[in-house]
Design a protein around this ligand. Sequence first.
Ligand SMILES: Cc1cc2nc3c(=O)[nH]c(=O)nc-3n(C[C@H](O)[C@H](O)[C@H](O)COP(=O)(O)OP(=O)(O)OC[C@H]3O[C@@H](n4cnc5c(N)ncnc54)[C@H](O)[C@@H]3O)c2cc1C
Length: 392
Amino acid sequence: MKLEEFRADTRAWLADNCPPGARGPGQVSNGSTKIKITDPDTRLWLERMIEKGWTVPNWPTTYGGGGLSTAEYVVLLQEMKAIGARPALSSFGTSMIGPTLLEYGTEEQKLRHLPRIARAEVEWCQGYSEPGSGSDLASLQTRAELDGDHYVINGSKIWTSGAHNADWMFILVRTDRDAPKHDGISFMLLSMDQPGVTVKPIKLLSGESPFNETFFDNALAARDDLVGELNKGWTVGKRLLQHERSGMESLVSGSTSGEDSGLIDLAREHLGEENGKLAEASTRDEILCYQMDMEALHLTQRRVVAESQDGATPGPATSIFKVVSTELQQKHLDLKTRVEGSHGFGIDPHAFSDLELDTMRQFFFSRAASIYSGSNEIQRNIIAKRVLGLPD
Ligand SMILES: Cc1cc2nc3c(=O)[nH]c(=O)nc-3n(C[C@H](O)[C@H](O)[C@H](O)COP(=O)(O)OP(=O)(O)OC[C@H]3O[C@@H](n4cnc5c(N)ncnc54)[C@H](O)[C@@H]3O)c2cc1C
C-alpha cells in the first residue's frame, strides 16, 4: 500500500476507534496485571489497539505486532499526535525486553513472551543495578547456578523501577565467578511471583516509592529462560540498554517532530510582550536556543530513522541521543520554572494550579534523567570510546 493511502486509512480508523477519553492526558497501560485500568475509554482503546496489532506497531504479526514498516510507524504516530491520542500501551516490555528478544530470543522464547507483551498481559522490570554495581555494572555479584531445569538465583538488586507492580524481570546474573568480569555474566528472565523474590520499596522525599530493593533467596529462572548463550549475557544486556536509551519508539516519536513545548506562550503570559516580542531579551534568547537545539535533535532522529532500513535501533550512537535528550529535558524544565517565577515551585495544592504543581514535580524528576539508564558521564565515556574511537 502506498504511504498516502496508509495515512488516509489510518486517519479514518483512528477517528472511528480512538474514544474521546483516550485523547489528551490520562492513564496509559503498562501491561501490569497488578494495576487496574479504571477509565472505560482507556480500556476500550487498549483492546482496539491490541486487536489491530498497534500496541507494538512495528513488531511482526506472528508475535502480536502490526507488521508496519518504519515509515508507516512514523505515519501512525503523526496521525495519533494530530488527534491527541495517548499511546495505548507503554511498558518495559514494549521498549526494552521485547526488542531484545526479537534479536536474541529463540523462536520458542519469542512465542512465549512477545504476544503477552503485545496484549498488555504482563509488565517487566529491570534487574541490573546492585548496591556497589551501578556505573560499573559488570562488577555485579548476584549469582545463578544451574540445578536441573532451573537456575537458582541468590543476591540482590537495587533501584528496580516498578518491581512492586511487575510480573516478570529481566536480570543480569553472574554465572562464572572465575572468568573476567564481563565474561561471566548471563541474561535471564524470571517470574516475580514466586517465594524466592522479595520486593522492598524505597521511599523518596516525595513520599512515593517508584523503585525498590529486590532480594533473591533461591529464586528460580527456568533453564529455557536464559537469553543468548551462558556467560555471554553482557552482549545481550548492553543491547537492551541501547533500546532503552533510544529505542525505535523514542526515535520514531522524535521524528514526528514539530513539537511546541508551550514555552513561548507561557513566557508571554508571565513576562509580557514588547513590540510583539517577549519582553525579556535574555529569556527570549534562551528559549530560542533551546528550540533550535530541540529541532536539531529531531532532525538527527529523523535522519537516523530514515537511514535505518530494517527499523533496527542504532548501536553505541544511542548514547548521543540519551545525553542530548535528557539535557534538553532538564533545560526545558529549568526554563519553564524560571519563566513561571514565584509560581514555578508550587507546593501548597490550594495556592497553585495543577499545571504549576505538575511542573515542579517534573522539574525534580527530570534530575534523575541524567542518572538512570546509565549516567550521562558514562554515556560520554561510551561516545568517546565506541563512537569517536578515542583511546582508553
Ligand atoms: C529514576 C531511576 C530509575 C532507575 N531504575 C532502575 C531500574 O529499573 N533497574 C536498574 O537496574 N537500575 C535502575 N536505576 C539505577 C541506575 O541505572 C543507576 O543509578 C546508574 O547506573 C548510576 O549508578 P549509581 O547510582 O550506582 O551511581 P555510581 O555508579 O556510584 O556513580 C556516582 C557518580 O559517579 C559518576 N561515575 C561513575 N563512574 C564513572 C566513570 N567511569 N567515569 C565518569 N564518571 C563516573 C557517575 O556518573 C555518577 O555521577 C535507576 C536510577 C534512577 C535514578
